[in-house]
Design a protein around this ligand. Structure first.
Ligand SMILES: Cc1ncc(COP(=O)(O)O)c(C=O)c1O
Length: 468
């Protein structure tokens, strides 16, 4: 053994303090204030099984966020481990450039077409959701070039959308703190307001608001000139923005508007895909027919990085029949090990009937739980779709008055969740969950008890601070 390696303490024998010191010395984490984390010390997660994580102090934690919205089949699935191991032994890497392919990439493309609506027969692989959205930008602009309309450059997206962290992904996203760093957005991206009823539409019914919010798209198209607009992109349900579930009228009206002006419609399915909403794709649940669908996360349940774009026939036929070389791709497009894990993951979802279970059993059961949490004094709105849920914390329940954002009440609640072995995310004052699709009714009961306890502790805490 390399003597330098022999000198290292065995991995699991380091104490939490030792892990934290090494982490602070060398590791720059994503979306993190490096200095403040180095002072505080990160929480080190060392193992996981089913829905549960364990940290380096041996605490057991209920992971109600599926890692980062990705571990759809839960942790510890041997079929995925076996698929990766076998593929690593047989062919750990070969690329798909230069007119080559590997069996797992071909088979996964086939299987993805099988679980997608009929109009999707082709896929372009990437290594992540962000890269998938970069591919979308290249692809829709190429599509319009090939149709003799090169001036159709603009992609319209929404404020508070999240489409990743590459230059194009962050530009498509509508996060102002991301735009503030690095000179974003890149040219040719425009944003409209999000369909967030609680924030922007409470003076009207949800259904009326859905039509109004879709109308903002038409207004923007007319302002920019329909002849200049290439595509509209949206998450069926905004995830990182706070599980913003749009009114049922929203997406069908967006579809009508895109059809009217001939504009391509792109669903970013990175969170909603692979069963999260009770169908294979969120766009199926929300009633629209996109031309392109970005995916990542749930395609491998996060066991290994993989992403891509499902390419509908309208775009695929143009690229294939008239396109010539498409000058775009990644070293890891169609990575054989990632694709082998993707195959095992999708087959497992099929075998266990997880999508149907979310639609007919666990999704409705979670909805009942959230309906019961709506009576809590801190909760102004409780919403779910499939296995995604959001609790909007409010200062005054009867009027729906929000807390002063500078108090960061969501972070106070998140602190109580962590302290009680529950991972629930705070987006402003929205507390959100997206548990693994293997969650049982019994585990949903357990989740409900944990959430209620954390809300109660938050309430007491806020009263003690004099914030209520
Ligand atoms: C809707 C959506 N699109 C894109 C991304 C970016 O994916 P990745 O982090 O794999 O690049 C995310 C990540 O959370 C996402 O939620």
């Amino acid at each position: 053994m390399n003597p330098a390696v022999a000198d290292l303490p065995a991995r699991r024998e380091r104490s939490t303090a030792e892990w934290q010191a090494a982490d602070a010395a060398h590791y720059l984490h994503p979306f993190t204030d490096f200095k403040s984390l180095a002072n505080k010390g990160s929480r080190v997660i060392t193992r996981a099984d089913n829905l549960y994580l364990w940290d380096s102090d041996g605490h057991k934690i209920f992971d109600a966020m599926s890692g980062l919205w990705c571990v759809n089949v839960g942790y510890g699935q041997q079929a995925l481990v076996d698929a990766a191991t076998a593929q690593l032994k047989e062919l750990p890497f070969y690329n798909s450039f230069f007119q080559t392919a590997t069996p797992p990439a071909i088979e996964l493309a086939e299987l993805l077409a099988e679980v997608s609506p009929e109009s999707f027969q082709h896929v372009f692989f990437s290594g992540s959701g962000s890269e998938g959205n970069d591919t979308v930008v290249r692809m829709v602009r190429r599509y319009w070039d090939l149709h003799g309309q090169p001036q159709r450059q603009i992609l319209i997206s929404r404020h508070n959308a999240y489409h990743g962290s590459t230059m194009a992904g962050a530009s498509l996203g509508g996060m102002s703190d991301m735009h503030a760093q690095g000179g974003l957005p890149i040219p040719g991206i425009a944003h409209i307001q999000q369909p967030f009823w609680f924030a922007h539409g409470r003076s009207m019914s949800r259904e009326d608001f859905g039509l109004v919010a879709a109308g903002w798209l038409e207004k923007k198209i007319l302002e920019l000139g329909p002849q200049n607009v290439a595509a509209f992109i949206g998450e069926p349900v905004q995830g990182a923005g706070g599980v913003i579930i749009p009114p049922s009228t929203y997406w069908p009206e967006v579809q009508r508007i895109c059809d009217r002006y001939g504009i391509l419609l792109v669903a970013d399915e990175v969170i909603c895909g692979f069963g999260r909403t009770g169908n294979w794709w969120g766009s199926e649940t929300l009633g629209f027919r996109p031309d392109l669908m970005t995916f990542a996360k749930g395609v491998t349940s996060g066991y290994i990085p993989l992403g891509g774009v499902m390419v509908g026939e309208r775009v695929a036929r143009t690229l294939i029949d008239q396109g010539g070389d498409f000058n775009h791709g990644y070293t890891y497009s169609g990575h054989p090990v990632a694709c082998a894990v993707g195959l095992a993951n999708i087959r497992l979802i099929q075998r266990e009937g997880l999508v149907e279970r979310v639609r007919t059993d666990t999704g409705p059961y979670l909805a009942e739980l959230f309906a019961s949490l709506a009576d809590h004094p801190l909760v102004g709105e409780a919403q779910t779709l499939g296995l995604m849920g959001a609790l909007q914390l409010v200062r005054d329940k009867s009027s729906g008055t929000l807390f002063d954002p500078s108090l960061a009440v969501g972070m106070v609640c998140r602190g109580h969740c962590f302290g009680n072995g529950l991972i629930m995310r705070a987006v402003g004052d929205r507390m959100i969950i997206a548990p693994p699709l293997v969650i049982t009714r019994g585990q949903i009961d357990e989740l409900g008890q944990l959430i209620r306890r954390c809300l109660d502790l938050t309430l007491t805490d806020l009263r003690t601070r004099g914030w209520l």
